[in-house]
Design a protein. Structure first.
Length: 285
């Protein structure tokens, strides 16, 4: 199903440099949730992104600087829409390929998140608190500047976009999500088991890798980073999202097989991304 996508990830040109594989910018983090953008950034690097930057407030950056090695940082004021200009300048100067918005953010970032979605003309993934912000200001979706806007809600986050409970039937849930993706012209990743990736045109892909081992804090941040890391490498969002979902689940399965399901934490999933990729390579990817 994802053979061409993984073949591209696993077979790199000899004359490549870091910008060949793209630059992921992650806007996220807040007091008490510094780890969320860090996990997303690590995951983006592990799937092959050439560069990763985390943009956040000064106190968050100060904490991240004690943890990051390969990841770069950018200080912004997340509560101010005026930070858009700082981010735009950085994107242009450092050739950013894809934006991830939301891991570990607070609702106070709503003006900035809305402004970014309305102005940034790059593939944009909205996850975590970014989804809560967008659900509260749903009109932002009608004005998004991104050629590909990707939303990655679990069922609780998806429910915020509607005024009634989600249907209990899987088929009815998929129908509702499909209608939402087509109406808003977004690529929707409905996380669960199974996970569904639904394209703006209505194509639905079902994924069954992964399981209870992924029911752990930070697992969604890892997936958002993986999707961003694949898009940064020139893979189309409609191919990157379901491939990342598959690989995320496969890494979780491998981690669980070695560590046991209850022992797996989000950083373990990142650690098993190389093993999942190697398994695909050995299988002829």
């Amino acid at each position: 199903m994802h053979e061409a996508t993984f073949h591209k990830l696993l077979h790199r040109p000899l004359n490549a440099h870091k910008y060949t594989f793209g630059h992921v910018l992650i806007l996220g983090g807040s007091s008490g949730m510094v780890g969320a953008p860090f996990l997303a950034g690590q995951a983006a690097l592990r799937v092959g992104a050439g560069l990763v930057t985390i943009a956040s407030d000064k106190p968050v950056i100060a904490k991240l600087e004690k943890r990051v090695v390969e990841i770069m940082t950018l200080e912004v004021t997340t509560a101010s829409a005026q930070s858009v200009s700082v981010i735009q300048d950085y994107m242009q100067a450092r050739k950013v390929s894809v934006l991830v918005v939301g891991p570990g953010l607070r609702p106070t970032a709503s003006p900035l998140v809305s402004a970014l979605i309305k102005t940034i003309n790059l593939p944009t993934i909205v996850d975590g608190s970014g989804l809560e912000i967008v659900a509260t200001n749903r009109e932002v979706l009608h004005d998004h500047a991104s050629p590909e806007l990707i939303l990655t809600p679990h069922l609780g986050e998806l429910r915020r976009f509607f005024k009634q409970p989600l249907p209990n039937s899987q088929s009815e849930l998929v129908r509702l999500a499909k209608s939402f993706a087509k109406t808003e012209q977004v690529l929707l990743v409905v996380k669960g088991h199974p996970t569904y990736t639904i394209a703006p045109g209505g194509t639905v892909r079902e994924n069954t890798t992964g399981g209870p081992a992924l029911a752990t804090a930070g697992s969604g941040d890892v997936l958002a980073g993986m999707i961003g890391g694949m898009i940064a490498q020139g893979i189309t969002p409609e191919e990157a999202a379901p491939a990342a979902v598959y690989l995320h689940g496969k890494a979780g399965d491998l981690a669980a097989s070695q560590l046991s399901e209850p022992a797996v934490i989000a950083s373990d999933v990142i650690d098993y991304i190389p093993k999942a990729l190697k398994a695909l390579e050995l299988a002829g990817g």
